[in-house]
Design a protein around this ligand. Structure first.
Ligand code: GRF
Length: 207
């Protein structure tokens, strides 16, 4: 049974998709051990409580130095014996010590087709604003392993979503979540939990 930590900063709709797809067995061999948020009032923490999942608030703001936060985060993951760290709308840069300890065992959902509209500064609505400003007709979402760059790790899966005439960033964000994110993040977790993918020279292959 793959032990998951889901790291969040906001509403947690991706967390909810994971909870639901474990419940209906779309994801097998995986269990959420803990939900960690850097925001005390993140609704995602409520979702965890409602489903009897341990929740933990851990913010760099509450530590005198960044290395102390980094250590606390690592210790929290170790305490729950986490196998896979899932970043589901987590707005903190994952510390180097955690990336090193969990090589190819941290995944992130990004709301565009990487390598478009990703990297520093591309998060949340900003991604969708940039897609609309460029006039793209197709966007989507990407699940990737996390390495020491921003959105540079091996790509696990992607799904395209059409941009429609009259879209606002909010409308597009919602469509990308509904049509792509809530499906491909659980899918990636199920593949990992069932040992169906491997990374060879930075490329993810199906086994
Ligand atoms: C999603 O769009 C995700 O791709 C991005 O942050 C958002 C999180 O939404 N990284 P939620 O908290 O899962 O509802």
């Amino acid at each position: 049974m793959l032990k998951l930590a889901v790291l969040v900063s906001g509403g947690g709709t991706n967390l909810q998709a994971i909870i639901d797809k474990i419940a209906d067995k779309t994801i097998t061999n995986a269990k959420i051990e803990v939900v960690i948020s850097n925001k005390k009032d993140a609704y995602a923490l409520e979702r965890a409580k409602k489903h009897g999942i341990a929740d933990c608030y851990l913010s760099p703001k509450d530590f005198a130095t960044r290395p102390e936060f980094d250590q606390a985060l690592l210790e929290c993951l170790q305490k729950y014996q986490i196998d896979l760290v899932v970043l589901a709308g987590y707005l903190v840069i994952v510390p180097k010590n955690v990336v090193e300890a969990y090589e190819n065992r941290i995944i992130n959902i990004h709301p565009s087709l990487i390598p478009s509209f990703c990297g520093d500064g591309f998060y949340g609505l900003k991604v969708h604003e940039a897609v609309l400003a460029r006039g793209n007709k197709v966007t989507g979402a990407t699940v990737h392993f996390v390495d020491d760059g921003t959105d540079t790790g091996p790509i696990i899966t992607q799904k395209a979503v059409y941009v429609q005439e009259g879209d606002t960033p909010e409308i597009l964000q919602k469509r990308v979540m509904e049509e792509a994110e809530w499906n491909i993040l659980p899918q990636a977790i199920d593949w990992i939990a069932n040992d169906q993918i491997e990374v060879i020279d930075h490329i993810v292959h199906k086994k």
